[in-house]
Design a protein around this ligand. Structure first.
Ligand SMILES: O=C(O)CCC(=O)C(=O)O
Ligand SMILES: [Fe+2]
Length: 347
């Protein structure tokens, strides 16, 4: 069996749609979140120039020599700057050691909101770090900054739709997201020339994981590699439709909704063709919520048939920090038992 990732046009929320049009969008999002947790969205309003600019910025940076890129690294505890290939293992974010014992081969560059973006609030530097911009790629910062701000707008629009889809009062999530920890991870899946992929065995572009926060806005090349776990335990190839962005739910939303909405497992396994892989780029904008927000299961999602799966509330900081300690610092996360069980049940 395979799953289909539904497409939802969110124009009614991006422009001023009627109440009926909005209700139809919210209902379609509710259904997609219950059944799949991954959605193709159109009508998001991000102009093509900005996504083209993002892709150009990534090309400009990733084309630099490895040694030069490495000068933009930060310590594992700081989620910014350059990540060289094979330094992270996403499956450790949920406590599962990769079968190949090999780290993921993606390289990445992370940017995010810094504490100076919220003057007046005393936000911890370890989470709201200032960005490390690569001066060797001068076109990178303006193009990435332009895309970052639009991806943030789409993420906030998605939260507005979620609010309606869950039947919550307007603005319900504002106090959880008004200084949201937002990060854009730009990923490059490419093997250095001459790499013998056969020796590498089972190549993992990015290990299986759930995203950590509220919602992820994913731009990607229309190249195979992303696989999404269906509720039947099957892995399914997904790539963005023309002009669409992919949206997926993260763990915070899974907790809030008592898993009525899924924080869907996914991974990246590029197909090997003629002994090599096709290069693939993606950029995931993570809207993770305020670091100090306390996440408790919404009471209306708990009843006799649906006992509270997350009786212990967590702060966004606690949750995200445990996950990042797994993926970035190699300390397997032992608190992600529900996500790990789903990985082990996959076929
Ligand atoms: O490369 C992709 O399509 C997915 C990336 C991803 O899952 C992530 O960065 O969390
Ligand atoms: Fe992801």
């Amino acid at each position: 069996m395979s799953i289909t990732v539904p497409t939802v046009d969110i124009t009614a929320y991006v422009q001023d749609g009627t109440a009926d049009e909005r209700a139809a969008v919210a209902a379609a999002i509710d259904k997609a979140c219950r059944e799949v947790g991954f959605i193709q969205i159109t009508g998001h309003g991000i102009p093509e120039e900005l996504t083209d600019g993002l892709a150009d910025a990534m090309d400009e940076f990733f084309a630099l020599p490895l040694e030069q890129k490495k000068t933009y690294r930060t310590p594992p505890g700081i989620n910014r700057g350059y990540t060289p290939p094979k330094t992270e293992s996403l499956s450790l974010s949920l406590g599962v050691e990769a079968a190949s014992r090999m780290n993921d081969f993606f390289e990445a560059f992370n940017v995010g909101d810094g504490s100076s973006d919220y003057p007046g609030l005393d936000l911890p530097e370890r989470l709201y770090n200032e960005n490390v911009w690569p001066d060797a790629a001068p076109g990178f910062e303006p193009k990435v900054t332009a895309y970052f701000s639009e991806a943030g707008r789409v993420a906030r629009t998605m939260v507005e739709i979620f609010t309606d889809a869950l039947g919550l009062p307007a603005g319900f999530f504002d106090s959880y997201t008004d200084h949201s920890l937002d990060v854009l991870r730009m990923n490059n899946y490419a093997l250095p020339e001459g790499t013998d992929v056969k020796l590498d065995g089972d190549l993992t572009g990015m290990g299986e994981h759930t995203d950590y926060g509220i919602v992820t806005i994913l731009w990607a090349d229309q190249v195979k590699g992303l696989q999404v776990l269906g509720s039947d335990g099957s892995w399914n190839d997904v790539s963005p439709a023309d002009g669409a962005l992919l949206i997926n739910l993260g763990d915070i939303t899974g907790r809030w909704t008592n898993e009525r909405w899924m924080s869907t497992l996914h991974r990246v396994k590029p197909p090997v063709i003629d002994g090599t892989i096709q290069r693939r780029r993606s950029a995931a904008f993570f809207h993770d919520g305020n670091w100090d927000a306390l996440i408790e299961t919404l009471p209306q999602t708990i009843d006799a048939e649906h006992p509270n799966l997350y009786p212990e509330p967590v702060t966004v900081d606690e949750h995200i920090s445990r996950k990042l300690a797994g993926s970035r610092a190699g300390t397997a996360n032992t608190s992600a038992t529900r996500e790990a069980a789903r990985v082990l049940a996959a076929k």
